[in-house]
Design a binder for this molecule. Structure first.
Ligand code: PQQ
Length: 267
């Protein structure tokens, strides 16, 4: 191979390489998201998504704590610990996990049931646990690069807020506060993470490793939606122990807020 092909990309071109991974592989392109955002999901499918996605939410602070536990650089720890606070909140209030459980209640689920993580699909569990393990075991550069899917999250969060508000009776600002808050939180995290990766991936080998880590993370996200699609979209193939469409559902299902969505074209 000619020498020039073995040289690391400059920052601009390497960032473009990372962004191209999102453009090709991010989970906004998964058909389940098209259904969810376009009003094509039944309320049972929305509940299944809320139950399974809670598992992802619950693993995020564990992976950030795993990251912190290996990080010798105090200035990085000072910046990174915000991520745990964003999700776990204070002792009494706040935090993404509490906001996610508000969404669970809004779709008619018992938050204790959701928090129990019973009924989470095996594919969801394997994918999310793999992310925690990856961040615990891989080089720091790879661990940070894996979080860079958040570069692409604000667009999907905005589309989700708009799509859910348009199509689903349960959706209001309170129920969707998780996503609204992430619009402020994620850009801070991703600016730090992107700078770290651009600074540290200073050889072609490291750039390849960072790109592979980001690709791995897109697989973590995609696999969670594959699990939902397989279990809850016809022809449904519910694995043993997966949520049965009934357990944990509380309150009167004929209440107006829990009406089935107004179906529209998938966006
Ligand atoms: O709704 C989404 O599509 C989505 C995607 C991602 C992501 O790209 O990993 C995150 C989030 N949301 C999110 O809310 C969040 O807090 C988050 C943290 C992380 C991470 O890897 O540290 N990703 C994401």
């Amino acid at each position: 191979m000619p020498e020039a092909l073995n040289v690391a990309l400059n920052r601009t071109d390497f960032e473009a390489r990372l962004r191209a991974i999102g453009a090709a592989r991010y989970h906004d392109k998964h058909p389940f998201h098209g259904m969810l955002h376009g009003g094509g999901c039944s309320m049972t499918q929305v509940r299944a998504w809320v139950i399974n996605r809670f598992y992802y939410q619950s693993r995020i602070p564990l992976k950030d704590a795993a990251f912190m536990s290996r990080c010798e650089d105090i200035s990085i720890r000072r910046a990174w610990r915000k991520r745990i606070e964003d999700h776990d909140g204070g002792r009494e209030e706040g935090g993404g996990i509490r906001r996610w459980l508000k969404l669970a209640e809004a779709v008619g689920l018992d938050p204790d049931y959701v928090e129990s993580t019973r009924g989470v699909l095996p594919g969801t569990r394997f994918a999310c646990d793999a992310y925690v393990r990856f961040v615990r075991d891989m080089p720091m550069l790879d661990a940070v690069a894996a979080s860079l899917t958040e570069l692409f999250a604000p667009t999907i969060h905005k589309n989700r807020i708009a799509g859910l508000l348009e199509h689903y009776a349960f959706a209001n600002e309170d129920a969707l506060s998780y996503f609204r808050k992430r619009l402020d939180e994620a850009p801070v995290d991703v600016a730090f993470g992107l700078n770290y990766v651009l600074d540290h991936a200073d050889t072609l080998e490291k750039q390849d490793a960072a790109a592979a880590a980001l690709t791995f993370k897109t697989d973590v996200l995609w696999a969670q939606l594959d699990a939902l699609q397989s279990a809850y979209v016809s022809p449904a193939l519910l694995p043993p122990g997966g949520w049965d469409g009934k357990e944990g559902v509380i309150g009167a299902l004929d209440q107006p807020a829990l009406r089935e969505p107004v179906r529209g074209a998938a966006e």
